[in-house]
Design a protein. Sequence first.
Length: 202
Amino acid sequence: MIATEEHLPYVDIILETIANAAKIRGTGIAKRSPDYVAMKMKEGKAIIALDGSEFAGFCYIESWGHDKFVANSGLIVVEKYRGHGLAKSIKKMAFDLSRKKFPDAKIFGLTTGLAVMKINSELGYRPVTFSELTDDEAFWKGCQSCVNYDILMRTNRKHCLCTGMLYDPKWEKEKPAETIEEPKKMSVFGRWLKFKQFVLRK
């Protein structure tokens, strides 16, 4: 469901779950303050999943570059609820909410998670270079709390362990002209996932 002020008591467990997941994966994460996550709930820009009153998953949206870009960030699913398609449902709802609130914005994300890459691909995202993402300094400043920030800076903000993925609403108009067969598309994406997996395991 779309989070509201009534879900503010879940802020601490949301941030704790995100932080713990990052430690287990050994990957970086852009940290957010409790006030920031609470603000997203109050603005109606967050998705929360509950099992009764028990926290199960979360994601929020934020806009950059004068609303020209939107990111779906902080996607997390509690371990006991994984493997049932919950992450995909949360991501889909966040995607739809982004399209509703910012219909003309490009939706993008940075992730090291192979599962998230696959979900993004199914929603219509494509892997892109960082140069195609927002140049909003406020967004990139959020990467400072990531353990991989030095890699981003050493490459002059062109490369990192994260994969940049982008959805452009204009692509919807291109669909009838596309001639690439779906199996071939998925084959290309499969090779991309294998490459990312190889890089992340090194």
